[in-house]
Design a protein around this ligand. Structure first.
Ligand SMILES: O=C(CO)[C@@H](O)[C@H](O)[C@H](O)[C@H](O)COP(=O)(O)O
Ligand SMILES: [Zn+2]
Length: 195
């Protein structure tokens, strides 16, 4: 029974990726374009998310700051999940909902991009991050799932939502990681040429 259950997880994950491949490539390209424009203009990419999505936010920023698949110059990105002193003090003194938005108000500049990751689109701290990014004239790229959640009501012209067509958090996250690698590949191709 458990082996069958494990096998079914692989099947479900593969099917979710096949469905995502039908609808997401053009949207991922649009998101990659926003990121490349920002980087070419001296901007940077801030990332945030909770739980597994915090890991995804850090995964993306480390691939920009260090490298993805090839040798190339370091690219500017900051994961807003990693500074435990800042995160715990904002949560302690103000509210957990402000842990990302307060950092964005300090670090975000016009033309920067926020990569906001939430499988439900309903995490209050990610919602407040999107609002803070707009206040700073930043562009938002959102990685979401399900029906897009409350975040779906917040986007401005120029923002890009990459919404995975799935309902289970883990399956959505598995596609988010693939999208993150597709964005890294797009950025490297556009900035440093074909390989
Ligand atoms: O990784 C997982 C589940 O696969 C969890 O840690 C998950 O990320 C957490 O429950 C998050 O708090 C969910 O937040 P969100 O995706 O709805 O914004
Ligand atoms: Zn997980």
């Amino acid at each position: 029974m458990s082996v069958e259950r494990i096998r079914q997880m692989f099947v479900d994950s593969i099917e979710t990726k096949v469905q995502a491949a039908e609808v997401l490539p053009e949207v991922i390209e649009a998101a990659g374009q926003r990121m490349v424009e920002s980087l070419l203009n001296g901007g940077k990419i801030l990332t945030c998310g909770n739980g597994g999505s915090a890991g995804d936010a850090q995964h993306f920023s480390s691939e920009l700051l260090n490298r993805f698949e090839r040798e190339r110059p370091a690219l500017p990105a900051v994961a807003l999940t990693t500074d435990s002193s800042t995160v715990t003090s904002i949560a302690n003194d103000y509210s957990y909902n402000e842990i990302f938005s307060k950092q964005i108000r300090a670090l975000g500049n016009a033309g920067d991009v926020l990569l906001a990751i939430s499988t439900s689109g309903n995490s209050a701290n990610v919602i407040q991050a999107v609002q803070a990014a707009h206040d700073r004239d930043m562009t938002v790229v959102a990685l979401t799932g399900r029906e897009g959640g409350e975040m779906a009501n917040l986007y401005s012209a120029g923002d890009v939502e990459i919404r995975v067509p799935a309902k289970v958090t883990a399956r959505i996250q598995e596609v988010h990681l693939l999208v993150i690698h597709a964005l890294c590949d797009y950025i490297d191709q556009q900035l440093f040429g074909g390989e």
